[in-house]
Design a protein around this ligand. Structure first.
Ligand code: CO
Length: 666
C-alpha cells in the first residue's frame, strides 16, 4: 500500500460514522501515564482518571497507556496508592481498549537492573493484573537487557513492543553513532527477538521532521512489524515530526488529550484527527467525543494539578533542547542541582562539559537513568575537578556503568576514565562483557524473608523488592501499621476553590497586608545567635529591651560548621530546633576544635552508607561514607591518613553543604 496521504473526501463532516479510511493512523493515548508524568510530576491519581475512563474507552485508541514509567514509584511514594490496584480499577471502566505500560527492561519500573527472578515475577504480575502491551526500552539500547522480560511477555501471550531510544550526537540525525544504519540494525534486532511492534522513542523531542521521514521510510522497508513513534513536544517539533513520520508510513503515533498535551508532554490528539480527516489515513475518531472528554478534564481534573506545572514561562517550548540536543528534564535537573550548590553561575561550563562526559562514557543515549548519570557526573566534574585532574569525584553509578552493569555502550568508554572509575570498585576492577543481570544474585527470596508478614501476596513483595525503603513504608500505610501522613492525601476541589477565592480577593486588593515594623537602631547589647530550624540555619539577633529579651532580626544564614554531636536516629522527628552556637564572628569552615582534619560535605545530600566508625584507622583516599545527591551516590574519601575520632552523622541523615561529617586525627 502506498504511504502517500491523499484527500479522499472533501465533504466529510465530523460524524463518527463517516466512511472508514483505507489505512487509518492508529493512536495510543498517553494522558493517563506519560501526560501527567511529563506535566504534573506523575502525580495523577486513579480517582481523577475514573471520570474519563469510560469515554476514553469509546474513542477507538489503539491502546491507553496507563501504567509503568515513573507511576509505580510516584504512586506508592507520594500518593499512598497501590500501583497494582490502579490497573484493576481502570480495567473496570475501560474494558475494550488494550492497556499499555512503559517497561524499562531489566530496570522494570525502577532505576537499576534487578535480578532475573524479580524481573520474571514483575512481568507475570503486570500481565495478570491487566497489562496488555509491554512497551519495553533499555537506556543503552542493549537488547540483552530485554531477554528476561521478553521471555516473560511472550509466555503470557501479551504484546511485546520493542523500543529504540532515539539519540543523536549532532544537531541532525547522522554522524558516526546514531545514523540511519544504526536504527535499521536495531529494528532488525528487535524483529528477530519477536517484537509485535517497533517504537522509536524520542524521549527528548529531538527528532526533526525531515529526519523522521527518511528514518520511517527505511524502517518500513527493513522490518514487517508495525512502526510506532513516541515523541515529546518539548522542542516544538513533534507535531510536524509526527506528520512526516505518518507520510513515511508510520502506523501508530502517541498523543495526549489537549489539556495534557504540549510543553514537555506530547502533541495533542485533536489537531491530528482534523489534519487527517477525509484522507486515506483518517483516524476515524469522533471529534465531538474528544471535546466532551476535554471538558471533564478542564473542569473537574486539571484544577487539582495546575499548581504542579513546572514553570510559568510564556513560551511552551524549551529552545535549550534545540540548542543542546539534551532532554528538557535533564536540563532543569542540572539547573536545580547547581542552584542547590550555589553554583548557578557555572551553567555554561556545565553545557560545555556535558558532551565531553557523554563521549567519555560511550556516547550513551540520554534517558532515565542515563541522563541523570551523565548529568550528575558533569556537575561533579565542573565543581570538583582541579587543574589537570579530571573525574575527581566519580559517582557510584558511573562506576557501575564503567563496570558494564548497565550494558554495552554505543561506543567504548574512554579507557582512562574507566580505569580510574574501577580502581577499588567492589565488584572488581576488570569490566564485564556478559549480560548485566548474569552477575546479579537472585533477590526475591531475600525480599520475602525481609518483609515477612507485612507483604500479603506477590504484588506486595514486588513493591518492597523494587523500593525497599518507600515500599515498606507504603505497606505499613496500606495495612494500617502506621498512620497515613497528610502530605500523601489527595487535593479536593474544595481545597482548590478555597485557594482560588483567596487569589480573587488578593487581586481585588481585599487582602490586608501586615505593616512592617520599623526596625530600631542596633545597640551594643545586641547578641547574635545561629539557630537551626528544620535543617535551615538562621542568624538571629537578640537584644535586651527593658529587661526582657526580644528578637531583633532573623536572617537566613550560611550554615556554620557544626560542633560534633551524636547523630540523631533516622526516625528522629523531622521538626527540631536547636540553638547551635553564639559566635561573635562566623567561624571559618573546615576547622574542628579537636585539631583533627574534618571531612566536609561537598554538596547537600543524604548519607546512604557508612563504611567506617569512630576509632577506625583509615588511609588517605579510602572511602569513609557514601553521600547520595540527586539520586547518584558519591563515595567520600578520607582527606588524610589517621584515626577517625568523631563521626557526626548516621545513615539516613540529611546534610548541608560544608557540614563536618567526621574528624580524622593524624
Ligand atoms: Co515519554
Amino acid at each position: 500500500m502506498s504511504s502517500d496521504i491523499v484527500v479522499k473526501n472533501t465533504e466529510m463532516d465530523y460524524r463518527k460514522d463517516r466512511p472508514k479510511a483505507e489505512n487509518p493512523v492508529k493512536v495510543m493515548d498517553l494522558t493517563l501515564r506519560d501526560g501527567h508524568q511529563s506535566l504534573f510530576a506523575t502525580r495523577g491519581r486513579t480517582e481523577d482518571m475514573i471520570p474519563v475512563a469510560e469515554l476514553m474507552d469509546e474513542v477507538g485508541f489503539w491502546a491507553l497507556e496507563t501504567w509503568g514509567g515513573a507511576t509505580f514509584d510516584a504512586m506508592h511514594r507520594f500518593l499512598n496508592e497501590d500501583p497494582w490496584e490502579r490497573i484493576r480499577t481502570l480495567k473496570k471502566y475501560a474494558k475494550k481498549t488494550p492497556f499499555s505500560m512503559l517497561l524499562r527492561a531489566q530496570n522494570l519500573v525502577g532505576y537499576r537492573n534487578y535480578a532475573d527472578d524479580v524481573a520474571e515475577a514483575f512481568v507475570d504480575r503486570a500481565a495478570a493484573n491487566g497489562m496488555d502491551v509491554f512497551r519495553t526500552f533499555d537506556a543503552l539500547n542493549d537488547y540483552r537487557n530485554f531477554e528476561t522480560v521478553v521471555k516473560g511477555i511472550k509466555k503470557t501471550g501479551k504484546h511485546f513492543q520493542g523500543c529504540i531510544c532515539y539519540s543523536m550526537t549532532e544537531p541532525r540525525m547522522g554522524g558516526d553513532v546514531y545514523n540511519l544504519d544504526y536504527y535499521v540494525a536495531k529494528a532488525k534486532e528487535l524483529e528477530a527477538m519477536g517484537a509485535d511492534s517497533i517504537c522509536v522513542k524520542d524521549m527528548a523531542g529531538l527528532m526533526a521532521p525531515y529526519d523522521a521521514f527518511p528514518l520511517f521510510k527505511a524502517l518500513k522497508q527493513a522490518v514487517k512489524a508495525p512502526l510506532h513513534l513516541h515523541s515529546h513536544f518539548t522542542s516544538g517539533m513533534a507535531p510536524m515530526t509526527h506528520l512526516k513520520a505518518i507520510e513515511a508510513g508510520a502506523d501508530i503515533v502517541d498523543t495526549c488529550m489537549s489539556p495534557y498535551a504540549y510543553r514537555t508532554s506530547h502533541p495533542a490528539v485533536e489537531p491530528m484527527v482534523m489534519a487527517l480527516l477525509g484522507t486515506n489515513r483518517d483516524t476515524g475518531f469522533d471529534i465531538n467525543l474528544l471535546a466532551r472528554i476535554n471538558e471533564i478534564f478542564e473542569k473537574e481534573i486539571v484544577p487539582k494539578y495546575r499548581h504542579l506545572l513546572a514553570d510559568n514561562k510564556m513560551s511552551i517550548i524549551d529552545i535549550n533542547v534545540l540548542l543542546h540536543q539534551t532532554p528538557g528534564g535533564m536540563l532543569s535537573n542540572l539547573v536545580n542541582q547547581l542552584r542547590e550548590m550555589d553554583a548557578l553561575d557555572k551553567i555554561d561550563q556545565v553545557y560545555a562539559e556535558l558532551p565531553r562526559v557523554r563521549k567519555d562514557l560511550g556516547q550513551i543515549p540520554l534517558v532515565t537513568p542515563t541522563s541523570q548519570i551523565v548529568g550528575t557526573q558533569t556537575v561533579n566534574n565542573v565543581l570538583f575537578d582541579e587543574g589537570d585532574e579530571r573525574y575527581k569525584m566519580i559517582t557510584g553509578q558511573v562506576k557501575d556503568l564503567c563496570y558494564g552493569l548497565y550494558g554495552k555502550t554505543a561506543v567504548p568508554i574512554n579507557p582512562e576514565v574507566q580505569k580510574k572509575a574501577l580502581k577499588g570498585y567492589q565488584r572488581g576492577e576488570e569490566p564485564i562483557t556478559c549480560r548485566p543481570a548474569e552477575v546479579l544474585e537472585p533477590e526475591l527470596e531475600k525480599a520475602r524473608a525481609e518483609i515477612k508478614d507485612l507483604a500479603k501476596d506477590m504484588d506486595d513483595i514486588l513493591i518492597y523488592a523494587l523500593y525497599p525503603v518507600t515500599g515498606k513504608r507504603f505497606l505499613k500505610w496500606k495495612y494500617g501499621v502506621e498512620p497515613v501522613p497528610p502530605e500523601v492525601m489527595p487535593r479536593s476541589m474544595e481545597d482548590v476553590k478555597a485557594e482560588q477565592e483567596l487569589v480573587v480577593k488578593a487581586k481585588a486588593g481585599k487582602l490586608t497586608e501586615k505593616k512592617e515594623k520599623i526596625v530600631p537602631a542596633m545597640s551594643e547589647n545586641l547578641r547574635k545567635f545561629n539557630v537551626l530550624v528544620d535543617g535551615e540555619y538562621f542568624e538571629v539577633e537578640v537584644e535586651d529591651i527593658d529587661g526582657s529579651p526580644g528578637i531583633h532580626a532573623v536572617r537566613q544564614a550560611v550554615p556554620p560548621p557544626r560542633p560534633a554531636r551524636v547523630a540523631p536516629a533516622a526516625s528522629a522527628p523531622a521538626r527540631r530546633a536547636a540553638v547551635v552556637s553564639a559566635p561573635k564572628e562566623p567561624a571559618p569552615a573546615a576547622v574542628d576544635d579537636s585539631g583533627g582534619t574534618p571531612l566536609i560535605a561537598p554538596m547537600p545530600g543524604m548519607i546512604v552508607g557508612l563504611d567506617k566508625k569512630e576509632g577506625d584507622k583509615v588511609n588517605e583516599g579510602e572511602t569513609i561514607l557514601i553521600l547520595e545527591a540527586m539520586k547518584m551516590e558519591n563515595a567520600l574519601p578520607a582527606p588524610i591518613s589517621g584515626t577517625i575520632t568523631k563521626v557526626n552523622l548516621g545513615v539516613g541523615d540529611h546534610v548541608a553543604k560544608n557540614d563536618i561529617l567526621c574528624v580524622i586525627a593524624p
